[in-house]
Design a protein around this ligand. Structure first.
Ligand SMILES: NC(=O)C1=CN([C@@H]2O[C@H](COP(=O)(O)OP(=O)(O)OC[C@H]3O[C@@H](n4cnc5c(N)ncnc54)[C@H](O)[C@@H]3O)[C@@H](O)[C@H]2O)C=CC1
Ligand SMILES: O=c1[nH]c(=O)c2[nH+]cn([C@@H]3O[C@H](COP(=O)(O)O)[C@@H](O)[C@H]3O)c2[nH]1
Ligand SMILES: [K+]
Length: 503
């Protein structure tokens, strides 16, 4: 007979944390959110420890180079999406590894022959009004000028006006030479009262920008996650088909960690991929696997050699896998059971394999719950898709700023040819939707706020570290009615905008 799990599978919104004793030193500024990214043996240190328990989803709408740098600055890791040609993904990894803190890749570039209508469209798409004018309109083209919102009056200007007729031309620009330090660049900005300094190489090709508004934040990134060469740490997604070509390209580009990106990881394909990595690279290449939702799946991938294991089927905000295929498990139950299997495996072997809870985080407190349930870190898609740094378009919908967010199993993502690589045929059904999420501003601000809530909650629970929270948290199931009790109720809320909304 089929196996039936005794308990229903539950999700994070069905639980709350019950406070523990808070002592005088248990304050948010004392909370340490560092957490292992990859496996380690008892008594040893993991090869990569994150400063915060957040990684970004392996998705086209989420994890591009700009977001990767922004997240590494805060102490987390992004996984550059794999649903793109190998060379392009490797180039994104290289871009992160070659980004120097404070030097920003220009994401708003336009050619001198473009029109103001093009400028406005580009600004609406990227949210940035400072544009590099390059000969070919590309990021690393020859710099011929700069265009900012001060160069034209949107309400008056003829939309057919050409960029070259309103831009500040190169001859009038103050530029920095590639190779200068951040403090030299900032000195030039202050001496000349600039808002931005373009950095160019010896052939006048645009390399990057330094922005005045970034000055304060660049002074201090206490949690910055850097490799031994002081470059940002970055991850990348791979699949179980073209890994023999993709992995070498990503490793060569400098990826610090890889993850097999799949809805379902309890398969011979993942074991084969892990085996191949060990044969080729031993333990020098770090690679996570998944997703699984029970102890059997965990043990299988642990024995196959995974460096961390990802949990979650069908709980993501854009996921329709449960509806389409009927596989999955409530995210809280899945995380708890896999974390228990992780602890058991650790007791048996002395090897600790970090567990990542992937998908379905809706409120900030869900992160704290996931950690209390035993996750070492969480993977977020929707959350990061709302930020400036994500590679997805900013659009207006009914007058509201939104960012586009689509699943990797949606038709939109699948237009990418991965389903034709080595497979018997195309997948005929979709497992994800194409959607909008409300635009939320910068990653730094949002992550700061989210983690401040996590730290406060941990203090309520009397815990200063993630392992302490895993060990000591007290968790209660809540009834449907008590969930209603937990929100504003029986009052007429006056102003939606000034009241706290869930993230
Ligand atoms: N976490 C979740 O709940 C879900 C995530 N997704 C996302 O969608 C994307 C696509 O996921 P999947 O469809 O699971 O991709 P996948 O490539 O892992 O699997 C697609 C199909 O190909 C088969 N397959 C994989 N490697 C093979 C090989 N070497 N030879 C023959 N057959 C092979 C698999 O068993 C599966 O039937 C990923 O980004 C994933 O994260 C999609 C649905 C649910
Ligand atoms: O059923 C699915 N169809 C999809 O098209 C899809 N795309 C991504 N994912 C998974 O969702 C996670 C992100 O979830 P959130 O938006 O809730 O953070 C991601 O990290 C993935 O695990 C998908 N699941
Ligand atoms: K399976």
């Amino acid at each position: 007979m089929a196996k039936f799990f005794k308990e229903p599978s539950r999700t994070f919104s069905e639980y709350l944390l019950v406070p523990g004793y808070t002592g005088p030193d248990c304050t948010p500024d004392h909370v340490d959110l560092s957490t292992p990214l990859v496996k380690f043996s008892k008594g040893e240190k993991p090869a990569v420890t994150m400063k915060i328990p957040l990684v970004s989803a392996v998705m086209q709408a989420v994890s591009g180079p700009e977001l990767a740098c922004a997240l590494a600055r805060e102490g987390g890791v992004a996984f550059i999406y794999g649903s793109q040609p190998i060379e392009r993904q490797a180039a994104m990894v290289r871009q992160v590894k070659s980004t120097k803190a404070g030097f920003v890749d220009s994401d708003s570039n336009i050619s001198p022959d473009a029109t103001i209508a093009d400028v406005i469209a580009l600004r609406n798409r990227t949210g940035h009004s400072t544009m590099a004018v390059t000969d070919n309109g590309e990021r690393n083209g020859t710099l011929v000028g700069i265009l900012t919102s001060r160069d034209y009056r949107e309400s008056r200007i003829d939309r057919n006006t050409l960029v070259k007729d309103v831009m500040t031309p190169y001859e009038k620009l103050i530029v920095g030479k590639d190779g200068i330090t951040l403090s030299e660049a900032n000195d030039i900005i202050w001496d000349h009262k600039l808002n931005q300094l373009p950095i160019v190489d010896e052939n006048q090709k645009l390399v990057s920008f330094v922005f005045r508004k970034d000055y304060d934040s660049h002074k201090e990134y206490a949690n910055e996650l850097l490799d031994a060469d002081k470059r940002y740490v970055v991850g990348a997604g791979v699949n179980t088909r073209d890994y023999r070509e993709r992995i070498p390209a990503l490793v060569e580009a400098g990826a610090d960690v890889l993850v097999i990106d799949s809805s379902e990881g309890y398969s011979c394909w993942q074991a084969e991929t892990l085996k191949w990595v060990r044969e080729q690279y031993g333990d020098t290449v770090k690679i996570g696997a998944g997703n699984v939702v029970d102890a059997d799946g965990f043990r299988f991938l642990a024995q196959a050699g995974a460096d961390f294991i990802k949990v979650g089927i069908g709980g993501g905000s854009i996921c329709i896998t449960r509806e389409q295929k009927g596989i999955g498990r409530g995210q809280a139950t899945a995380t708890l059971e896999v974390a228990k299997a992780r602890d058991e495996y650790y007791r048996e072997t002395g090897v600790y394999i970090p567990v990542c809870s992937d998908g379905g985080i809706v409120h900030d407190y869900h992160i704290t719950l996931a950690l209390a349930f035993g996750a070492d870190f969480v993977m977020l898609g929707r959350y990061f898709a709302r930020f400036d740094e994500a590679p997805n378009n900013l659009v207006t919908v009914n007058g509201n700023y939104m960012k586009e967010y689509w699943g990797e199993g949606s038709a939109r993502a699948r237009n990418w040819q991965r389903y034709d690589v080595g497979g018997e045929g195309k997948m005929s059904f979709v497992e994800g939707v194409d959607s909008y999420v409300p635009y939320a501003g910068s990653l730094r601000e949002n992550v700061g706020l989210t983690l401040s809530k996590v730290r406060h909650t941990m203090c309520n629970c009397g815990c200063l570290t993630i392992p302490e929270l895993m060990e000591n948290a007290k968790v209660t199931l809540v009834s449907g009615t008590s969930i209603v009790e937990g929100g504003a109720h029986d009052v007429i809320v006056r102003d939606e905008n000034v009241n706290a909304k869930p993230m």
